[in-house]
Design a protein. Structure first.
Lengths: 136, 195
């Protein structure tokens, strides 16, 4: 093609720009799932994520679950067990900011898995949670 | 003026003076709240410098996600240091932060802690500690307890809309702007708090 170089550069540039705009929940979740796969996780299961979400763990003399603060109804707001602060819904369909920031997701996985399970979540567990949450 | 009417006038004046003294004295807290012209400056925290600090936004977003971002001057340096070193067990919760986030927050807190030079409230919070080991909870500091000791439990801890004295913003609507003026307090379910 005569103007090959002239076409390729703007095409690449627009593709690059478009990919950076894809900061919605689905895009970010997919990125993390790929990272978790590379860390050794097997295929992810939304069903396992659902079970794990409401599973209670006995930690420091308390019964704890994700749903303790985040509620079992993901389109509804949750509430911090101690401070009473309202936690916006986990569902990205009603909360457009939810699950759009990778660093934020990893930060809260670290804190909340440690609090709820008494340990960090494995890549497999995190992936299962995300695949479950992606449905909402 | 006759002698008897002068005497009557004197007695009335003295009575009024006595009544005025009783009223003025009836609202004294241990820390002489009204001593420094309290009523002229209701938003001392709002005018303090911590909100202008370049790291304030980071502090407010990271340390205000689960509870109100408390003004640093409510605790002395030792308390803040202990809190920041034990974020994995933060009053029963896990509030761990990456080092690149916790370090600027450490610096921010140390700059604005309770002390002789940290403004109206900071000074009082600092002085109220005395020689005792400062508590980790703002609600257990001497100054806080002096300011809230008249509030019955049914308005605060036992009030379902409040739940805890740690939830400043439940009754102090402008707490996020650093305003804790007692005359602007609205207790949920009860209305204005009048001493």
């Amino acid at each position: 093609m005569k103007y090959r170089r002239l076409v390729i550069f703007p095409t690449c540039l627009s593709l690059l720009l478009l990919s950076s705009l894809n900061a919605n929940a689905t895009g970010v979740i997919d990125q993390l799932l790929e990272i978790y796969s590379n860390q050794g996780a097997g295929s992810f299961s939304a069903k396992h994520g659902r079970t794990a979400w409401s599973q209670t763990h006995h930690v420091k003399g308390q019964q704890r679950a994700c749903s303790s603060c985040h509620s079992n109804e993901l389109t509804k707001a949750g509430r911090h067990k101690i401070t009473g602060k309202i936690i916006k819904p986990m569902a990205s369909s009603v909360n457009s900011e939810r699950l759009t920031d990778r660093k934020k997701i990893e930060k809260w996985f670290k804190r909340n898995c440690k609090w709820t399970l008494g340990r960090e979540c494995t890549a497999q567990e995190k992936g299962n949670y995300l695949l479950y949450l992606k449905q909402f | 003026m006759s002698k008897s009417s002068f005497t009557a006038l004197l007695i009335i004046a003295m009575t009024l003076f006595f009544i005025a003294m009783v009223i003025a004295d009836s609202d004294q807290y241990q820390y002489k709240e009204h001593e420094y012209g309290e009523h002229e400056e209701h938003d001392r925290f709002a005018r303090s410098h911590y909100m202008n600090d370049v790291h304030y936004a980071l502090y407010a977003s990271e340390c205000g996600e689960c509870h109100m971002a408390y003004p640093p001057a409510m605790l002395p340096a030792l308390s803040w240091q202990t809190i920041m070193r034990n974020l994995d067990d933060h009053f029963g919760d896990n509030a761990e932060l990456e080092a690149n986030i916790s370090q600027p927050i450490d610096l921010f807190l140390v700059t604005h802690v309770a002390g002789e030079n940290s403004g109206y409230y900071g000074r009082r919070w600092w002085r109220s500690t005395g020689d005792s080991r400062p508590p980790l909870r703002i609600t257990e500091t001497n100054y806080f307890r002096a300011q809230h000791h008249e509030i019955p439990a049914k308005l605060a801890e036992d009030n379902p809309e409040v739940g805890s004295l740690s939830r400043c913003d439940a009754c102090h609507a402008n707490a996020d702007k650093g305003n804790f003026d007692e005359h602007q307090v609205q207790i949920p379910g009860y209305g204005r708090w009048d001493d």
